[in-house]
Structure formats: C-alpha cells, structure tokens
Design a binder for this molecule. Structure first.
Ligand code: AMP
Ligand code: GLY
Length: 706
C-alpha cells in the first residue's frame, strides 16, 4: 500500500488532535494538514492558519494542496455548509451536509424527527412565545428541562428546579435575545446514567464505536459548574448487551434510516447522547460530530485503518466491520485553574516529554520548544489497558509527571465503573477514636477506684501556627480521655536553660506521667539536649536516646507514637504482617527507622529506601506493605504499587493548590492497593491516640515501680 495520501483535518481542539493521531497511524497517510490545529497537533501534522469556519479559504487550500480527503471536526464548520461546498467542487470530505447537521443544530428538527419515527426521547413542546412557554412550564412538574434551539456552545440547556429558575431561563432565552432569535424546547426531565454512543454513519449503514462516558462537572464527585468535559473512559459496566442492542437498533439505526427518508442522509459521525432510564434507553441529544472529550478515549482504540474509514464514509462506500483494540481507555483533562470561569493563560507546562501515555492538546501554545497554557481545557492524558483500574493507574501515574501549577484535574474519572474496585480506605480517624475511647475507659476506672489520675504535660516554645494546632489537638485529646493535662506555652525567646529547668521540675513532679516538648524548637535551643533532658520514663514521644536504643535492642521501651500508630493501622487491615515484604520509604529517626524496626519485630522482611533510591519503582512493586514517610508529594504513584498491597501514607505536604496531600498519589495508588490511608486524617490522628496510650503506659510503669 502506497503511503501517499494527504488529508486535511478541520478544527483545533483535543478532538481534532485525536483524529489527526488516528490518521497518522494509517499506513496510507503521508501527510496531515490541520486548520487551524494547535501546538500539540503541530507535533504530528502541519498546522495551517485558517479558521475552521472559513469555508472558501479551506476549499482553496484543499484544492491547492490536492488533498485526498478532508475530515471535519467542529459542528460550526458543518453548520456553515463546508461539506456541501466541498462536494459541489468534487472534493472528498468526511462530515454531514448542512441539511443533515440539523440533527444537532436544530433541537426542534431532532425532536420532531424522533417523534415521527418513534425514537425514544423525553416528550417535549416547542415555543417561541415567552408567555406560552411559561404557562406550559407552570402547568408541569419540576424539574423542567429548557433547551435553547440552536447551537449555543453547550450553554443552551437549563434544568430549572422551580418556577423562578424557569422564568429566568425563559426570559434570557426568549426575551433578552442573549442567544439570538430562537425557540425553546421544553421537555420532560429524565433520570439515569448518561453515556455517549458514537457511530460512523453512511446512509443506512451504522458502524458503532465503543461506548464512552463524559464527566461534565468541574470537580470531583460531580460537583461544581458544567464544563466542556473533564474526562472520559470507555467500557461502561452499567450498559448490558441488551441495552447496547436497544440503543443500536432502536436509536442509531432507526435515526440513520429516518434521515435517509427525510432526504438528508448522514455521512459522518452520529453521536447519541443517551440515558439509561427506568423506561429504557432514551435520547438526550444528538450531535452531528465526534464528541469531546469522548473522541480522545475512543479513537485510540481504532485498529482499522482510519483513512479507509473516513474515506469510505465520505464516499458512501460500504466498510468492512471496524476493528477495535480489546482494551479500555481512560482520559483525564487538565484545565486552567478557574475554568470554566475566568482563568489566566501563558503558564509553562513542564514534563510533557516524560509522559508515557497519549497526550492530546486541547488549548496550549508553544514557543521555542516549550509549551504554555492557552485555554480553559489545556491537555488530556489518555491511557489504555486491559482493565479500567489499570487504565486509571496509568493515567493518574503519568499525569504526576506533568508540572504546571496553573492546572487542575479531576481525580475520580470513571468512578461509575470503579465503584467496588478501588482500595478499602483505612479509617485512621475511627481507629484512633476507639483507642482514645479505651484510654478514657481506663482513666475513668482509675478515678472510680480513687486512684491518682494520669497526667500529660505539653510544652511549647514560640508561636509557630502549625505547632499550636498540634499542641491544641494533643491537649484536646487528653481532655477527651479525662486524664489531667498541663499545657505550658513559653515565649519564643525562652532560653535553653529556662526550658531545661522547666523540664527538670516536671521530671521531679510525681503527679506528672508524660512530658512532651513540641518540635521544632526555636533555633537557639538544641533539640537533642532538650529531648535527653526528659526523664526516660516520662518520654511519651519515645524520642529519648535510651528509648530509641532500647527499641533497637528489643528491650522494654516507650515506642514512638507515629510508628506505633502505623503498625496499628497495618494490623487493622487484617493482612497479617508476619512474612510480608514491607518497603519503608524515608529514614528519619522519628518515623522511617522506628517503623522499619517495629515491622521487623512483627517478622516482616523490610526494605528501607529514600526519595532518591534509584530502583524505587522495582522495589515498591515487590512490596506487600508500603509505608511512605518522606515529605515529597506524589513520590509513590499507582504504577509503583503491587496489586493488593497495603499503602500507608505518613507524608503531609501541600500541593500547588495549597491543599494537603501525601507522599502517595492517592488517585492512582488506590486502584492497585487493597487498603490505603487517605490524606489528611490517615495517620495523624493515630499519632495522638498513641500518645494517649503511651501516657497511660508511663503511668502504669511508674505506679508499678512504687
Ligand atoms: P444537552 O446539551 O442536550 O446534552 O444537555 C446537557 C445536559 O443536560 C445533558 O447532558 C443532561 O445531563 C441534561 N439534560 C438534557 N436533557 C435532559 C432531560 N430531558 N432530562 C434530564 N436531564 C437532561
Ligand atoms: N461530550 C459532549 C459533546 O461533545 O457534546
């Protein structure tokens, strides 16, 4: 087969990038032009600065370059009549005629067609008069669905919850002329999961693409405003074979023949925005083009020669049935912070060259080999794998390699499909609550027996806000358990001598069982001297050199709180530590090293690593237990986690949004792990619970000695 075909792709977003990418995989395609294209498309095609709606210039370009085929992305170009214009000049073009594009551009046309041909959709009425529309809506149950008739760039649908909202929407659609002259379709509100069924259609012939689902809301858990789509995936577990057949026969094929009978046959993509309602599959909307961002997850799976497909549909030839890779894909959109509201552009995007997944550009610019944000939605990263969990692991692990503080992305793409497949979340708050409760019971019993009360003394020097929060939480926990607490806040300029003498007084105070000095201390004070000044038996943190030494010699000692809490968390999963391979990342004296020792004491095999360990990924992939305590955001990504491992994230960092995050990339790691701690609240509360337990232990060992 000769590699000699030239193709022009019209459009410039992520969807067009996916079309260009599919065409570039064809062994027949020598060159792709894209008008206007974008900075990412320019890596694969020659971009030409012609607007996608400038039909005369596009026509002239196609003729001049003798392109063999033109493929149209956006609906605006189709609605402008680009296909009619090219065909009248004898040029081969993939896309619908202007008349056929009405299936998307006119809601009234589409609704009317569905009614006449008995294609299931919400029942509706169409209005151009404001008062008639309002009185109809008032007579019907809410919510009411109001759709502006015409291309409104996705902003033409309002789901009104009450009469006031309906009135406002109708006013802006029919009276204020915000969208131009037009009509409003009022339709019944339907409920159920939505999905996208795209197909290539040529006359009566329908060639289905894999199903996919878009995520329209801006934020996780489908919160926040509507957007152009924040992610998509293929393979929908909630659509059965029967549902698929019902949609294919009862909707797509029926619509294709209806359009033939109406004298405006389809010759491009028919996109069914469908909903699985309790009354069967129904049409929410039709589009006359590829969906965005669905195309970016669907076309990478096309195994057939894309040139043959587009060219065959353009010529009205019958195609062999299409071949699709037997994998699923997940794609996550990286958007500018602020989108879909206002946002700034022009921030450099780094690390794109390190990403081992498809990256489709939606809105970027480039200059001297660097990429910059240039739109609301900027990039879409797409990974394919045999299962949706694996696709999720890959896509989120790879996204971590992209560095740009101005971008955000949803962490829950495909949550519909992943329900029940992700790790169990280790509930550190609940476990710490039950430990504190048992301490409280013991303290209560001592009181009932008329015994001396346990007492924790907490010292803080200076007014570091983080330290204040930690100290307050520790004192609050002590109050919860009804043990006594002494809180001493010393000024920043307290001398080391003064501090040491306070500690000495507490050491000698027979009413005090535990002494904790909140770290870090001001620079003029030597922390190690302070820690060693605390009596070994009152060292509730377990930091005293004699406690540390005893821990390593397996002698009786006070165990440091966070490491002891980590062990409790691992045990709470029920996996059994003995014989397991544990990887501890981070070698600090207060977390990493003692965790490793405590794991050894539980008869685990332990590997210790740090943030720059060369083969960290290979080591991590063998571990049944991973404990990350480094303080480096996203160091452990899901592709480093063995299936079924227990992942404990001790790290507490701030990501570029200022939100707390751990050392583990939760979005991807949770898809491999069997159990995982969330951030925040995964390990922190355990530190405090163990502090309470240590205070009680100090109390009892002192009482025993007397
Ligand atoms: P459309 O632009 O027609 O796709 O509508 C945008 C969104 O509005 C859809 O994705 C649905 O979530 C919602 N929507 C549209 N029509 C209905 C309906 N009849 N019932 C419930 N939701 C709807
Ligand atoms: N993803 C919805 C659309 O392309 O219209």
């Amino acid at each position: 087969m000769a590699k000699d075909k030239k193709v022009l792709v019209v459009g410039g977003g992520g969807r067009c990038h996916a079309i260009v990418d599919a065409l570039m995989r064809s062994p027949q395609v020598e060159k792709v032009y894209c008008a206007p294209g974008n900075a990412g498309i320019a890596l694969q095609a020659e971009c030409v600065p012609i607007k996608d709606t400038d039909v005369p210039s596009l026509l002239a370009f196609a003729r001049e370059k003798k392109v063999d085929l033109t493929v149209v992305g956006p609906e605006a170009s189709l609605a402008k009549g680009i296909v009619d214009a090219f065909r009248s000049e004898g040029l081969k073009i993939f896309g619908h005629t202007r008349a056929a594009t009405r299936i998307e551009s006119s809601k009234e046309f589409a609704k009317d067609l569905m009614k006449r041909y008995d294609i299931p959709t919400a029942s509706y009425r169409c209005f151009s008069d404001y008062s008639e529309a309002l009185s109809y809506v008032s007579s019907r149950p809410f919510p009411a669905v109001l759709k502006y008739d015409g291309l409104a760039a996705g902003k033409g649908v309002v789901i009104a919850q009450d009469l006031q909202e309906a009135q406002d929407a109708l006013k802006s659609m029919l009276l204020d002329g915000q969208f131009g002259e037009g009509k409003v379709v009022v339709e019944d509100y339907l409920e159920g999961p939505e999905f996208s069924f795209m197909s290539f259609v040529s006359g009566e012939e329908v060639y289905p693409m894999p199903l996919s689902q878009d995520h329209k809301r801006a934020f996780d858990f489908d919160k926040g405003p509507n957007t152009g789509g924040m992610g998509a995936y293929t393979c929908l577990p909630f659509i059965t074979d029967e549902d698929w057949k019902e949609a294919m026969d009862g909707i797509l094929k029926k619509t294709a023949s209806a359009m033939v009978r109406e004298g405006c046959p389809l010759s491009g993509v028919l996109y069914g925005g469908l909903m699985k309602t309790p009354q069967g599959i129904k049409v929410i909307e039709f589009n006359a083009r590829f969906g965005d961002p669905e195309t970016e997850v669907v076309l990478p799976l096309l195994e057939s020669d894309a040139y043959d497909v587009f060219s065959g549909i353009a010529c009205g030839e019958a195609l062999e049935s299409l071949k699709w890779r037997n994998e699923v894909t997940m794609g996550v959109v990286l958007a500018s912070k602020g989108y879909p509201g206002s946002y700034q552009k022009g921030f450099e995007i780094k690390g794109l060259d390190k990403v081992q997944a498809k990256v489709f550009h939606m809105g970027t610019s480039s200059s001297e080999g660097k990429f910059y944000t240039a739109g609301g939605r900027c990039l879409m990263v797409v990974a394919s794998a045999p299962s949706i969990e694996e696709a999720g692991v890959q896509v989120y692990s790879q996204i971590r390699r992209i560095q740009c503080d101005a971008l955000f992305y949803r962490k829950d793409i495909a949550h519909w499909a992943l329900e029940g497949k992700a790790a169990q979340v280790i509930d550190g708050k609940a476990l710490s609550g039950s430990i504190k409760l048992s301490v409280k019971e013991t303290v209560g019993r001592l009181a009932a027996e008329g015994k001396r009360q346990p007492c924790l003394a907490v010292i803080m020097v200076g007014d570091n806000p983080a330290s204040q929060v930690y100290v307050r939480n520790k004192v609050k926990a002590a109050e919860f358990t009804s043990m006594r607490s002494i809180m001493e806040a010393l000024p920043e300029d307290t001398t080391q001598e003064a501090l040491l003498s306070r500690i000495d007084a507490l050491n000698r105070d027979s009413e005090v069982d535990g002494i904790l000095v909140q770290l870090p201390l001001p620079r003029h004070i030597d922390e190690s001297q302070v820690i060693s000044a605390i009596s070994k038996d009152k060292d509730v943190d377990g930091f005293h050199i004699l406690n540390v030494g005893s821990l390593w010699l397996s002698q009786d000692c006070i165990k440091p709180c966070t490491p002891a809490g980590v062990i409790e968390l691992i045990k709470s999963t029920g996996i059994g530590i003995e014989g397991k391979l544990a990887l501890v990342v981070g070698r600090s004296n207060i977390v990493g090293k003692p965790v490793a020792k405590l794991l050894l004491d539980e008869n685990a095999t332990v590997i210790m690593a740090h943030s720059r360990t060369r083969n960290l990924k290979e080591l991590a992939l063998q571990a049944d237990i991973i404990v990350a305590a480094v303080g480096k955001a996203g160091l452990i990504t899901g592709d480093m986690v063995k299936k079924g491992a227990v992942v404990i994230d001790v790290g507490m960092n701030r990501d570029s949004d200022g939100r707390l995050c751990g050392d583990v990339d939760y979005a991807s790691a949770r898809l491999r792990a069997s159990h995982i701690t969330p951030v925040p609240g995964g390990v922190g509360p355990m530190t405090i619970a163990m502090l309470m337990r240590n205070t009680l232990d100090c109390y009892f060992s002192r009482e025993d000695k007397e």
